[in-house]
Design a protein around this ligand. Structure first.
Ligand code: C2O
Length: 483
């Protein structure tokens, strides 16, 4: 492919006609990539295996087929970064090389140069269809009459019927876009916008708030109990790539929303981290994060059709903390925790936390006038089958209506990655997902309500999927931290 250095524009899929050339050529390229053997780095299945692959659980494995060598698999497969500050930059590279492979395939098939991946903005309030799967992904045939390569049967039923996928909670941007910091670590937990500082991290763990919602919640909403809900099959669905283009776009939306404070990490450990991929010619490349932070500069050279702020006017959640006197420790302090694991099913589970007044670093910080951040931590979440995920409420009045409950929402517990995080053979020994929900504003609001009991907080988990799902979930501990 001739080197094409023009700035490419990733477009909003919902502003394109059903079979706009961008989608028609995507479908043709996907069909072509699907004919390549899994040993070819530019094949559809190899690309999905770069995200994750489980031998024996490949839904389209062919009997007797040859896989790449173990050494090759170790270097290039099962690389996706989750529960980590590498989540965003790794997926940015992953998408970019994929986009180059698709673009080269389109040129080979006689199509135009400069193809760019579209994005699916399911949170777009200006578009009444935003939550539906775009029509090209549910059509049975492509414009040339062949079976549609963009249609995947293994999705939640609503998707291919053209109904809304998920609901307003799944696509809520108010939590992620108001995060002040890219990376926050609360006793090795906590997340910030982009995820906590870790080493190479191919397993779920503590997610940043963008990774939780809308990223994880939309994986589950689209996947149901099918492909998009698991690491090893997600990238086999062509919509995966448009979902991630949107997540990548939201990284830019967040940065632009408050350029002075919404900044990327500057640590060398982050900037100099490298990953292994293949380029469009199948050659090995080892790019670093440093080269990925500016998407409009070479080598990336792309931008998004729309990066406007959907929350224009909504103030940032955290106030800039006042600098602390040297002797005051920034350590978070735990003020409440459950003593027994909780088991969640497909109904509602309630647990009460008794809150102690802080006696350690949090007390000194409040004496020094520092701003308080409160985290509700869901620790060691393990299990399987709860594809609908949970909504978590604090002090929701019994019998409250849905709209009254909305004022008590602490956040979502999405279950994308749950099964992977629960397997004892993963790098964390199956210790599960860690979710840190920033509940600073919610607790401040609750404190101002009549009847507030400063010693007691009720945490309620409400299952969001079908009552017939086989949900067996354990939350090792629920805790409350002042940071
Ligand atoms: Cu690496 Cu949305 O998954």
């Amino acid at each position: 492919m001739p080197d094409d250095d023009s700035l490419k524009i990733r477009k909003d899929v919902w502003r394109l006609a059903t079979w706009d050339p961008v989608l028609d050529w995507y479908a043709r390229a996907v069909a072509d990539m699907q004919t390549r053997p899994i040993t070819d780095p530019t094949s559809w299945r190899y690309q999905a295996a770069v995200h994750d692959y489980v031998v024996g659980r490949d839904p389209i494995a062919r009997a007797g087929e040859k896989l790449p060598s173990t050494a090759e698999q170790q270097k290039f497969w099962r690389q996706c970064q989750h529960g980590s500050w590498f989540f965003l930059p790794w997926h940015r590279w992953y998408l970019w090389y994929f986009e180059r492979i698709v673009a080269a395939t389109i040129v080979k098939l006689g199509g135009p140069t400069a193809w760019a991946l579209p994005y699916w903005n399911y949170s777009d309030e200006r578009n009444p269809d935003a939550l539906k799967l775009p029509p090209a992904f549910r059509a049975t045939t492509m414009p040339d009459g062949r079976p549609n390569s963009l249609l995947v049967a293994e999705r939640a039923p609503a998707c291919n019927l053209g109904q809304a996928v998920g609901d307003a909670l799944d696509i809520d941007l108010r939590r992620c876009l108001t995060e002040d910091m890219f990376s926050v670590t609360v006793f090795g937990r906590g997340g910030g916008f982009g995820g906590p500082s870790t080493g190479f991290h191919h397993s779920p763990g503590t997610t940043g708030s963008l990774e939780a919602t809308p990223h994880g919640s939309m994986h589950s909403a689209v996947g149901g109990d099918g492909w998009m809900s698991a690491f090893n099959t997600a990238a086999l669905d062509p919509i995966f790539w448009l979902h991630h283009a949107n997540i990548d776009r939201l990284w830019e939306v967040w940065r632009r929303r408050d350029p002075a404070r919404h900044t990327n990490p500057t640590e060398r450990d982050w900037l100099t981290m490298t990953f292994d991929f293949h380029d469009a010619a199948g050659a090995v490349v080892t790019p670093s994060i440093e080269q990925v932070v500016d998407m409009t500069a070479a080598p990336l050279r792309y931008t998004y059709e729309d990066m406007s702020d959907p929350l224009a006017g909504v103030p940032p959640r955290l106030r800039a903390p006042r600098p602390l006197p040297m002797e005051v420790s920034p350590m978070p302090e735990m003020v409440a925790a459950t003593s027994r694991p909780l088991t969640l099913g497909t109904g509602t589970t309630t647990s009460a936390l008794s809150i102690q007044a802080p006696t350690g670093p949090a007390r000194l910080r409040s004496a020094a006038g520092a701003a308080r951040t409160i985290y509700l931590n869901l620790e060691n979440v393990t299990g399987a089958g709860a594809v609908g995920g949970y909504a978590v409420y604090l002090n929701a009045p019994p019998g409250a209506s849905a709209s009254q409950r909305a004022d008590h929402l602490a956040g979502l517990l999405p279950t994308f990655g749950l099964a992977e995080a629960s397997r004892p053979d993963n790098e964390h020994g199956g210790s599960g997902l860690q979710i840190a929900l920033n509940v600073t504003d919610l607790v401040s609001r609750l404190e101002a309500q009549p009847g507030w009991d400063s010693n007691r907080l009720t945490v309620e988990f409400v299952y969001r999927g079908a009552p017939t799902d086989a949900a067996t979930i354990q939350v090792g501990r629920v805790s409350l931290y002042y940071a």
